[in-house]
Design a protein around this ligand. Structure first.
Ligand SMILES: [Zn+2]
Length: 536
């Protein structure tokens, strides 16, 4: 009806990231397709359509194409190395006009219309990507809701079943707070069937699970397509990853064992939900996942995890209503009730929690010593950012210019945070519980060439590549000229790399005077000048 559908890549489709899988900050809004460990695999439009948006970013999806189709969907192609010739010309032209590597382009109507199966770009690793792959999405154009792209992909091989590592038992209260009780041992009795040790407990209980799914030949650990949890043959927790909302991530932290996931990197997903959570992929009615276990009663449970191709694994469990396992209930008295505003204040510091910052009543220690604020470990999911204020009345002028509020990370190192500087008070907005202090950045970025030297005669290279690095606050701006003409350096912060394509501009003289100014977020600047020569 709307023209043929073709795969975005012409190589065998192997998945390294599934739709909806739980990442640290979001539900994965598309699928990641492997590109044979390399960049530069041709990427094709999947249907007839027009290019709606092109984005070049140092983070996120890097170089991305958004293509709109007549059937009400939009396809998205991310982390590209470069665009096809026609699109690349438009992007370069815009970058030179705006003198910026990062651009966002909405082409005029009725331009950049392509048939299904047209080459639109080359796969890469740009933006926040940890290895070469294509991030591919389908969205509903009107609502912008991502849809599971597996529906339209052809020839995806997957015969492996999801693998279950462990189950975990929790005590849960009505407000969604949960307390870990123990790990439940599993016995694998068939390739797709696990039996859990009998659970002996009583009261409101919830189950957590650690699992992953694997696709054929691809070694990535992926998320599942659907999970169904039944107790005594009634479904108590269920979802299917057919479509999600980009806003679901607000409640992501409530679907995982937060402390284990973020602090211990033990990725346990909960099979019970928090009363304040909301997800597009999950109906909430009668779907709490909480089992109210009464004394002397038996509960027969069945958890079924499926991948998109229908491969499934099953766990059977029995809960016996009896006092047995100890419950480690928290004895800490909460000092923050989630529905009130709080301000903690000491000599040169103030912390403000607005109401509903936390999903639950919480205990937050407040220590201010040796100019460092310590709010304890980051073990509480936070819904809204909170504010930290430092009084900076007595700072000298250098500190005023080059200072900022930093977060002390787990390794004891200061991390830059964008700081609002008003006269005597500096402040930040953050959603991270942790340690904060004042830091100073007076060191300009470092820069050095990688594939050429001063006064080199450049013969066989197509690009100028330099390493650019900043020690603390990070690079804010790169401004480069050759013979006083602005030139585009592509910037990949994760590789500390900047690259100029020598074919961008034809200069009249063989002598190229290159000047690169690199500025960090505290305005420390490094000016790098060199001369290179090119043969005609
Ligand atoms: Zn992705």
């Amino acid at each position: 009806m709307f023209g043929q559908i073709s795969n975005p890549l012409k190589i065998p489709i192997k998945i390294s990231g599934t739709f909806g899988e739980l990442r640290n900050t979001h539900f994965h809004s598309g699928i990641d397709i492997k590109t044979q460990g390399k960049q530069g695999i041709k990427v094709f439009s999947i249907k007839d359509g027009k290019i709606k948006r092109i984005r070049v970013s140092k983070v996120g999806f890097g170089k991305t194409i958004y293509m709109e189709h007549a059937d009400g969907t939009t396809s998205v192609y991310g982390h590209l190395k470069k665009f096809s010739k026609e699109i690349e010309q438009l992007v370069k032209k815009t970058q030179y006009e705006k003198k910026s590597y990062e651009v966002e382009i909405y082409p005029k109507k009725n331009t950049y219309i392509f048939k299904s199966g047209t080459l639109i770009g080359y796969s890469g690793n740009t933006g926040s990507s940890s290895g070469p792959h294509l991030h591919f999405e389908i969205r509903d154009t009107k609502t912008n809701y991502p849809i599971n792209p597996m529906k339209i992909l052809k020839n995806v091989t997957d015969t492996l079943k999801p693998k279950i590592d462990n189950l975990y038992l929790y005590n849960v209260n009505k407000k969604g707070k949960y307390f870990p009780i123990k790990k439940i041992k599993l016995k694998k009795v068939k390739s797709n069937l696990y039996l859990a040790d009998t659970i002996k407990n009583i009261g409101m209980l919830g189950i957590g699970i650690k699992y992953y799914d694997k696709q054929d030949i691809s070694y990535s650990k992926n998320g599942a397509y659907s999970i169904n949890f039944k107790i005594n043959n009634n479904t108590i927790f269920n979802y299917k990853m057919d479509t999600i909302s980009l806003y679901d991530k607000r409640y992501l932290k409530l679907l995982v064992d937060f402390e284990n996931w973020y602090l211990n990197k033990n990725k346990i997903q909960k099979l019970f939900i928090h009363p304040k959570s909301k997800y597009r992929f999950m109906k909430k009615n009668n779907n709490s996942g909480i089992i109210n276990v009464e004394e002397n009663k038996f509960y027969f449970g069945e958890i079924e995890i499926k991948d998109y191709s229908g491969n499934k694994s099953q766990i059977k469990l029995i809960i016996k209503g009896t006092y047995h396992d100890s419950i480690q209930k928290s004895t800490i008295i909460n000092n923050i009730k989630s529905n009130f505003d709080y301000t903690f204040e000491s000599k040169n510091i103030k912390v403000e929690f607005k109401k509903n910052t936390f999903f639950n009543d919480t205990f937050i220690p407040f220590n201010f010593q040796n100019d460092t604020l310590d709010l304890g470990k980051n073990i509480h999911p936070i819904d809204k950012k909170f504010k930290i204020f430092f009084n900076v009345k007595d700072l000298d002028s250098l500190s005023v210019a080059k200072g900022f509020i930093s977060k002390i990370n787990d390794r004891g190192r200061a991390e830059y945070i964008g700081t609002k500087k008003l006269k005597n008070t500096w402040s930040i907005s953050t959603n991270q519980i942790g340690k904060y202090t004042l830091s100073l950045d007076t060191t300009p970025p470092k820069i050095h060439p990688l594939n050429f030297k001063e006064s080199d005669l450049i013969r066989n290279i197509k690009t100028l590549r330099l390493r650019v690095k900043d020690n603390l606050s990070g690079i804010k701006k790169i401004n480069a000229t050759i013979n006083n003409t602005w030139v585009l350096f592509e910037h990949e912060p994760k590789n500390n790399l900047i690259t100029y394509d020598l074919s961008d501009i034809k200069f009249n003289s063989n002598k190229h005077e290159l000047e690169i100014i690199v500025i960090d977020k505290l305005e420390n600047r490094r000016i790098y000048k060199t001369t290179v020569y090119r043969n005609k």
